[in-house]
Design a protein around this ligand. Sequence first.
Ligand code: ARG
Ligand code: ZN
Length: 842
Amino acid sequence: RTIYLKDYTPFPWVIDGVDLTFALAPRGTRVTSRIRFRPDPDAPPGPFFLHGEDLRLIEARIDGQPVTPTVTPEGLTCDVPTGPFTWEAVVENDPELNTRLEGLYLSKGMYCTQCEAEGFRRITYYPDRPDVMAVFTVRIESDLPVLLSNGNPEESGPGFATWHDPWPKPAYLFALVAGDLVALHDSFTTRSGRHVDLGLWVRPGDEGKCAWGMESLKASMRWDEEAYGREYDLDVFNIVAVDDFNMGAMENKGLNIFNSSAILASPDTATDADYERVERIVAHEYFHNWTGNRITCRDWFQLSLKEGLTVFRDQQFTGDMRGHGVKRIGDAVLLRGRQFREDNGPLAHPVRPESFVEINNFYTVTIYEKGAEVIGMLKRLVGDDGYRRALDLYFDRHDGQAATVEDWLKVFEDATGRDLAQFKLWYSQAGTPRVKVEESWEDGRYRLDMTQTIPPTPGQPDKQPMVIPVALGLLNPNGDEVLPTTVLELTGGQQSFTFDNLSARPVPSILRGFSAPVILERDAPEGEAAFLLAHDTDQFNRWEAAQTLARRAIRARLDGQAIDASWVPSLAAALRDDALAPADRAALLGLPSEEETAQALWDDKRIPDPTAIHHAHEAVRDHLAQGLRDLLPQLHDGGRMPGPYSPDAKSVGRRSLGNAALRLLSRTDDGVRAAAQFAEAADMTQSVAALGALLAVGRGEEQLRAFHDRWAQDRLVLDKWFSLQVGLARPEAAVALAQRLTQHPDFDWKNPNRFRAVLGALASNPAGFHDASGAGYRLLADWLIRLDGANPLSAARMSTAFDSWRRLDVDRQALIQSELGRIQAAPGLSRDLSEMVGRMIG
Ligand code: ARG
Ligand code: ZN
């Protein structure tokens, strides 16, 4: 059944309070609910329907009198009084049998919950929709030592604890945790003087991996006060680490629940990238307290209202912590690799979708990352002051409400006087805009002619022009900037911009800072990219120039042509430039991904061959390694740092340059340096970098074995052991390896992290996954069918590996189609996976 945005109707009742009692038991947890309903004077009357799935209803009462509701697999209806009434129900559910990891489930002996989007209905009968907000009081009964829920703790004693959350919230923010847990405690005082007890709860044995998560939490709390004027609003803030979790983390009010991979970190078990990820996700979930919890979404079509905004906020935070230049580059890489792919394939959907079958399928890179891009564009268009005023108004006007994208845009209109009618198309039109730029120069006048087109996407054959902020700078031929960054607003299908009084034809630096999530189409004159790499003042476009050069080298290799001889020297010059921070130089060494190359070929109406693309990328890496041979050793040496590990931005930058150099070096030194680094490594960053460098050149067997033996007891490190080897396997060996690893005693397919470490890693190895035999497709389809029976949400997510099938050659298309058909025909297929497969087949 498809749900449509246009069908929204409010719930006919208001809830004056919810009391829940949980008597925890693995098979048959008893949930007693007491909910006070009152007709909503502002809503049209309607039937009394409560969501509920996979529950055993033991009894129900209204105002104390037993009632017999009509129960269906989706919920129940019941005759109710016309005035206010109290609903009471006793239900049972089975946490131990819950392999979906939605609702209440058990993970290694610990009870925990995941309710977003629609998991609360697996806990008890309730109007499980985000616009129904209520104050919850929760009593937990269990012999387990630690019993947690949302809000502030009230009473507790042997075998029970009660919690009260004074802030009205939708059911998707409900959380409960019970287990034998230990905590790292700390505290934070808000700027208005509220004392907050902080706790980071883990299973015994993980105590040593909590410090960084706690540091990140305090930094986030401080940052949100300074950057957005947002203070925390409860006496406690708890975070819990859970091993079995479908996504990164969840922002439940006062009780965030994290995938342990997104919160635990120690120098010997986590890499720089893991540290950064923990910092970012802790910030993201914390920031949701205002953008998501205090102001939530009216319905799930508005999901990007909280997710796009919260991603944008965590991007700003990470930029402040670690440098905005590298952060922007990383975000652009993610957007191009994953969001552009989604936006240009069968799963394309707008930032605010208009219909869905299963909402879990819409927690996508488009909702999150493109949603954040849309906010970044808005900020650029109204300026920093306008953005600040609009956000203040948003918090002021909508605190305590379930809001919409219209509400969001209205605060910008009211605060800045700007008409956003056309801008709103970014929320309704799917597809990545192409911006074609042509230039002319005559009598001291420079002109840029821009054309925008937005390709058709499923259900949207025709598009209207959007508002595209194009940040532009102009440089003199001698390298001086003659026009500092200026934002051009492209609003028409075709539009010209002219610049007068220039003494010489300028070199344009277009789309600085990646000012819009678009694809720039332009035939740049020979030599321009090398010039910009040397002279551009915009860090992003300097990197972009290096990417352009690398893309050309890859294309030359693919077409059997010689690589431009000026590429390596111009890159080497930038790498030698000590004025550039190591992190920025490391970024310059990064080649576009094979996925990006495939997209670019497809855009040029060519059929990308994943195998050929892989070999071209490899050849270009060899070429680079040869050309930079003299420089790489010193770059690598610069990444070695004495003293204890520190995840600060500067150290991370040095290590990332060193390890990028090592990766290339290993192509020319028989892996000698990498082997030495592996042997000496004192932290996980250096160890994984060395192992990766070896595996990438077909070495490292022995190190891989040593790594397994050393870390056999650490599940998060073991995930790396699985994913590294599959992700870096040679194309012809990847599928067999992945297949073999699914038989490994440490492979636990019901754990989402471990499943992803093998099958997600295979999908991220394009030449391996797309092996012409179709064996990769078959292996993934087999496992998706199996996983779907236990955990549909994760199976559906992973199925996106097939979403690029239409751009492949006919043989591969046929192979994928037959696997998709096989999945579709699997008995008992979930709504989640069947929606995804249906959309991909089209
Ligand atoms: N709101 C969570 C976050 O962005 C993610 C929840 C994902 N839920 C889901 N059903 N996929 O941090
Ligand atoms: Zn989020």
